[in-house]
Design a protein around this ligand. Structure first.
Ligand code: C5P
Length: 237
């Protein structure tokens, strides 16, 4: 490992500017309660327990009226940035806010606010596997179901699942490379739903690190009790 590698710092970015339409409630999903705490508070507590992180940037919606009530809103390692129209815009805004403090080769771990069951062991595994990598990579899960391609309600093919992975977060990339890739995708008006896709569009090949299946994203109402179940179980591991 070179000296530069050893000195690279690690930052986290938490896009939390979504409205969570699929939940069917007025409160954005990152502020719904699980085991007596908002989803985002759970997520941030877990990230703040990772000592190696130099800081955590949370991207917030312009009309967010809930953030200041969160206990960790005043934590010294946390800073906020304005969110954007799409997830990628929120991440780019958070990256821009780090421009004067992050070095080009520092690592950035982007983690969805709605993935509150993230474990320290999974984040540590991602960091350990990728910290000497040129490009970086993501936590992901192999699919277990048989996959079908369908048209107009009829199956037209069975897809080879041996090469299919579900992309999770955190996704870990170098500051400058990620910022360039997201800026480029935005300028070309290409939709990217995760950070890895932005790097893939530049011909790069992010690594896959297998993550835990309990790293779920709150998307629908039934995910809330499932997250509570996982959080309680993780306490006893
Ligand atoms: O809606 P979805 O679950 O894909 O959102 C993933 C993450 O991106 C969530 O944490 C959400 O708050 C965030 N997001 C954002 N800015 C947007 C849209 C989503 O920060 N414009």
């Amino acid at each position: 490992m070179t000296d530069t590698c050893r000195n690279n710092r690690f930052w986290a970015i938490v896009p939390a500017a979504g409205v969570g339409k699929r939940m069917g409630v007025d409160v954005p999903k990152q502020y719904l309660q699980v085991l007596g705490k908002p989803v985002l508070q759970h997520t941030l507590e877990r990230l703040l327990a990772i000592d190696v992180l130099a800081g955590v940037v949370v991207a917030l919606g312009s009309e967010d009226g809930y953030w200041s009530d969160l206990p960790c809103a005043t934590h010294p390692k946390i800073r906020v940035a304005p969110g954007g129209k799409e997830r990628a815009d929120s991440v780019l805004s958070a990256l821009t806010s780090l421009e004067n403090v992050a070095e080009p080769d520092d690592w950035v771990l982007v983690h969805d606010a709605a993935r509150l069951c993230i474990t320290i062991s999974d984040v540590q595994k991602l960091i350990d596997r990728l910290r000497n990598d040129e490009v970086g990579g993501i936590l992901a899960l192999p699919v277990t179901d048989t996959l079908k391609g369908a048209e107009a309600g009829e199956i037209v093919e069975t897809i080879d699942r041996s090469r299919i992975w579900r992309a999770l977060t955190p996704q870990m990339f170098r500051f400058r490379m990620l910022k360039h890739a997201l800026t480029d995708a935005a300028e070309r008006k290409l939709i990217v739903t995760d950070e890895a896709s932005a790097l893939e569009l530049r011909g790069l090949r992010p690594k896959i690190v297998e993550g835990r299946p309990d790293n779920i994203k709150i998307t629908r109402p039934e995910d809330l009790p499932l997250a509570a179940f996982y959080l309680e179980r993780q306490c006893y591991e």
